[in-house]
Ligand binder design. Structure first.
Ligand code: CA
Length: 220
């Protein structure tokens, strides 16, 4: 795994390199020493997180964060603000920062806050109800009311998940075909898959809406 890319914007000639050194074991750090340079790098690079000092000459931290957000940059940003000034924290967060650390800061706290900002969570296992039954699209199986399971193929699971996640909706064959199959397939392939699903699960798992298409049903 490559290290996450961190843009550090800090004009202090001692503190800048010091913070960079502190973070370098865990991040690929690029140090920008002015707001203008930070803006240029922020807009042109691919960053996982940014640490921006509040007090920068020219374009200050608040202005820089506002400018990045206005350009649609959604990267998590931590702002470094002066100790004991609640207004500064509020302004930083309102400008679009996700978090702040006050100077002088504790290195462990900065590291922990950056970890929190860059952490990603695995999506929870999602199951989709089909009447009293349940579809587990990831595991490609359907569980009955009584806990019996039916194993599906990838395509069957995909098609059933599409219908089950929007239970009120009727899907046309063409729509299902273009979204879940190859454009060279014939619309009849949908009927074939529906037939398989009904045979494996129950006749009523998919409802035919005459003249329109298919809708999720309620297996018995
Ligand atoms: Ca500064």
């Amino acid at each position: 795994m490559p290290l996450p890319a961190l843009l550090l914007v800090e004009d202090d000639p001692v503190l800048g390199p010091l913070i960079a050194e502190l973070l370098e074991p865990d991040y690929r750090v690029v140090l920008a020493a002015s707001g203008q340079e930070g803006l240029h790098r922020g807009l042109t690079g691919a960053w996982d997180v940014m640490v921006i000092d509040r007090g920068l000459p020219g374009l200050d931290g608040i202005g820089l964060i506002g400018a990045l957000r206005a350009k649609g940059i959604a990267t998590p940003i931590l702002i470094l603000t002066a100790l004991g000034d609640p207004d500064e924290k509020v302004r930083g967060l309102d400008a679009g920062a996700n978090d702040y650390v006050t100077k002088p800061f504790d290195a462990r706290e900065l590291a922990a806050r950056l970890r929190a900002l860059t952490r990603t969570f695995a999506p929870p296992q999602v199951t989709v109800p089909i009447g009293g039954w349940e579809l587990d699209p990831g595991a490609r199986l359907v569980r009955s009311l009584y806990g019996q399971t039916v194993t599906l193929t990838a395509k069957e699971a995909e098609l059933l998940a599409a219908l089950a996640t929007e239970p009120g909706r009727v899907f046309t064959r063409d729509e299902l075909l273009s979204r879940y199959f190859s454009p060279t397939d014939q619309p009849g392939v949908i009927d074939t898959y529906v037939h398989h699903l009904r045979r494996k699960i129950s006749k009523s798992v998919v409802r035919t809406v005459h003249g329109l298409g298919y809708q999720i049903g309620d297996p018995e």
